[in-house]
Write a protein that binds this ligand. Structure first.
Ligand SMILES: [Zn+2]
Length: 71
């Protein structure tokens, strides 16, 4: 496990776009361990490595990511 959970890198412009257009603030969601979509709590210890990677990319919990990607 990584000892620190950090958002994956996106350019500041992309983050601003996501936040403005979609109301998504990945940094705030990941910092507070919540899902940026459903606002549910995310427990990184319960996530698989793949789910954890997805969470760091999108700020979405596995449930919301599965809905989006049709899983
Ligand atoms: Zn969610």
């Amino acid at each position: 496990m990584p000892d620190k959970l950090t958002p994956s890198y996106k350019s500041p412009a992309m983050d601003a776009f996501l936040k403005h257009k979609l109301g998504i603030d990945r940094h705030a969601a990941i910092a507070s361990l919540t899902c940026s979509s459903c606002e549910g709590t995310v427990d990184p210890d319960s996530l698989s490595e793949i789910d954890l990677r997805e969470y760091r990319i999108s700020g979405w919990c596995p449930t919301c990511a599965a809905k989006l990607f049709g899983g």
